[in-house]
Design a protein around this ligand. Structure first.
Ligand code: GLP
Length: 662
């Protein structure tokens, strides 16, 4: 039953570098490669079962993580004749209280993402029932368990992982022997689902999930994870102790379970983060810096105070033999870290730029800040944007998507009812005197009434019309302009691309296309920036941020021969949930307390979607504190950036894409 793919060969070894890992973990460069192998493995399973005259029983998961797997299975079905006629499926979980036809129900999700595109007979696909009355829930869960047993048990269970460490919906506290049951959703889970449901308050409070015990009975288990947001929880589940606080950690004691992750989701594993602890490393520049900063953190000392013994004790003696002594190494790294700090993110004119993150010329620069959704930019680099404008650069801000999915019906209704009141006054219908242009106001009033009627009619989860999506996009647009205004960025500098993949899609199921690429390409060749700031490089590739970054990479790759690209510096900012660690920062832009206040005020202008965490400035204060602890200057707050690595295949290379004066 072993496949010819890398599937079996990759795993199984308990190499020294994996010695902190308590469960087999296979790291792939990206989700596409991982899903290709896993889909081939599933095909082998289905075919070998068929040869034995038996059904293959698959346990399936929802969320954005398995989407690329399902796309590959659909491809195998269409192009290579893989049949699901001999497959029985059981899904892990379902929201409680949603009708099966609800757009966010997992039944609907599975239909959209897999079932409707393959030949799986409807009566062979099972999901827990989220619509049974509460008094029948227990019996319904027991019947689900029984159906699994009657099918012969699950051959292969696919899992994702929630940021609370859950598998299925087994939230912290779930017992190792728990069975299929009704469960209350954790705060983090509800927050992560808020975008799908257009507001945290609309996310169901309960769900039905297979229990940890149910899952562990599967003969084989594969947990998938992509992107930086999963890195911390993956590391805890793989390297920490088995604990009810992280139900994914229970896979450690399963005889045939593995984690299959991409490089970004693997980035907090010891073998990636602290490779010198698990074998030889290259001791290249970033790794050396990372090691020294890590050691300083471990010892609670500034870099310049580290001594030889401390390096030796922690497996870094080899580094000293290369550098001579701790003293020399400390100074070198201290200087490197010091040189990342600049108050001149666009480069400092008339200054020696040998050791500065950004080159001095050209001056002023054409700078393009690209944000997947409005607010991503302000959250991560509002302070830097303000500086770039103040320092005289020609700043352009480009919003790739409208952000309309972030705007709730309530916000749209609020706008429409104000408009209706205005219209009533303007047309004189309210009996008060208003501007004398009644006819115009009547149109406005009709528009407002139509929007309000639609919101009422479609209910919380009905598909919004193009009209309503447009209104939401414009509300977000207004907020973005307002927010940029606080940072003194003029309205003319802001562009809204409204990429179609977003306008025509929903979270976790976007399908980007050529038109998205072309629109972005057109703006890039029009502006021909000297410097770009972008994000999404470490995100789950099916998230808005991940898709937007890939579009940018493709657009740039298509222009590689062009002259302006040779001058371009491409800087990357990180999302809110995975801020840069000090040793990863290649440009650190400090902020004074007043600058931080201004930035927070700018973030506050996004009113339709904002979390209190966004308004405390703690991310930026945290980075400043980390710099301080390393013995560097003590600032109130810092925004950090990393330089782009060379673009994918056919890229012009590091120098061309991200050349610096240093
Ligand atoms: C939900 C599902 C889980 C899934 C998790 C992560 O909570 N119940 O099964 O693993 O979301 O979702 P995503 O893959 O979108 O990150």
């Amino acid at each position: 039953m072993l496949s010819e793919t890398g599937w079996e060969q990759d795993s199984g070894s308990s190499a020294f570098r994996e010695r902190f890992e308590q469960v087999r973990t296979v790291v792939y460069p990206g989700s596409a490669e991982a899903c290709r192998d896993l889909a081939a493995h599933i095909r082998d399973l289905v075919e070998s079962r068929a040869r034995e005259g038996r059904m293959a029983v698959l346990g399936l998961a929802t969320g954005s993580t398995p989407v690329p797997l399902y796309r590959e299975l659909i491809r195998l079905h269409r192009e290579e004749g893989l049949s699901f006629g001999g497959v029985i499926t059981f899904n892990l979980d379902e929201y409680y209280g949603l009708e099966p036809e609800h757009p966010e129900s997992y039944r609907r999700f599975m239909a959209d993402q897999l079932f409707d595109h393959v030949d799986l007979p409807a009566d062979q696909a099972h999901l827990p029932d989220g619509s049974v009355p509460i008094e029948e829930a227990f019996a319904s869960c027991a019947a689900y368990e029984e159906a699994i047993v009657n099918a012969g048990g699950i051959d292969l269970q696919i899992l994702g992982i929630g940021r609370s460490g859950h598998i299925g919906f087994n939230e912290p506290g779930s017992k190792k022997d728990s069975r299929t049951r009704l469960i209350a959703l954790d705060r983090i889970t509800r927050r992560d689902a808020a975008a799908d449901f257009l507001g945290e308050e609309k996310v169901p409070r309960f769900a039905v999930t297979m229990g940890v015990g149910t899952i562990l009975e599967a003969r084989e288990i594969v947990l998938l994870a992509w992107g930086e947001n999963k890195a911390e929880i993956v590391a805890q589940a793989v390297e920490g102790a088995e604990t009810e606080a992280i139900s994914a950690s229970f896979l450690q004691s399963h005889p045939n379970a593995r984690f299959v992750v991409d490089a970004h989701a693997a980035s907090a594993l010891t073998r990636q983060r602290l490779p010198w602890l698990v074998g030889r490393t290259t001791w290249n520049k970033p790794e050396t810096r990372r090691a020294v900063a890590w050691l300083a953190g471990l010892k609670g000392k500034p870099v310049l105070k580290l001594v030889d013994d401390e390096y030796n004790e922690t497996g870094m003696g080899e580094l000293l033999t290369r550098e001579g002594s701790a003293y020399d190494l400390n100074i070198r790294i201290f200087n490197e870290l010091q040189h990342t700090i600049t108050g001149w993110p666009g480069g400092k004119p008339n200054a020696d730029d040998t050791n500065r993150p950004e080159k001095a010329l050209p001056w002023p620069k054409r700078v393009l800040v690209i944000a997947p959704e409005p607010e991503d930019d302000i959250l991560s680099m509002g302070g830097t944007m303000e500086r770039l404008v103040r320092q005289g650069h020609e700043l352009h801000v480009l919003y790739q998507t409208s952000g309309s999915l972030r705007v709730s019906d309530d916000a749209a209704a609020k706008f429409a009812s104000i408009l209706r009141m205005l219209a009533e006054q303007g047309s004189g219908r309210s009996g008060e005197t208003g501007p004398a242009c009644g006819a115009i106001w009547e149109h406005q009033g009709d528009y407002a009434a139509a929007i309000l009627a639609e919101i009422e009619r479609k209910g919380t989860f009905g598909e919004p019309s193009k009209n309503l999506r447009l209104l939401k996009a414009l509300i977000r647009r207004g907020e973005a302009r307002d927010s940029c205004g606080v940072l003194r960025i003029p309205a003319e500098a802001i562009r809204f691309l409204d990429l179609p993949f977003y306008e025509n899609g929903r979270y976790r199921r976007f399908v980007p296309g050529k038109e998205d690429e072309d629109r972005l390409g057109a703006v890039l060749s029009e502006i021909r920036p000297d410097q770009i700031y972008a994000t999404g490089h470490l995100a789950d590739p099916s998230s808005v941020q991940g898709i937007c970054f890939e579009l940018l990479e493709k657009a740039l790759a298509a222009m590689l021969g062009e002259e302006w690209l040779r001058r371009l510096s491409l800087w990357l900012y990180r999302g809110h949930q995975q801020p840069l660690r000090p040793y990863e920062v290649e440009m650190a832009v400090p902020m004074s307390p007043v600058q931080l206040e201004t930035k927070v005020a700018a973030i506050g202008r996004f009113q339709t979607h904002n979390s209190p965490d966004n308004l405390d400035g703690e991310d930026n204060r945290g980075l400043a504190k980390a710099y301080d602890r390393l013995g560097l200057a003590e600032y109130e707050a810092i925004e950090g950036f990393e330089r782009s690595r060379p673009l994918g295949a056919g890229a012009a290379g590091d120098e061309a894409i991200s050349g610096s004066g240093g």
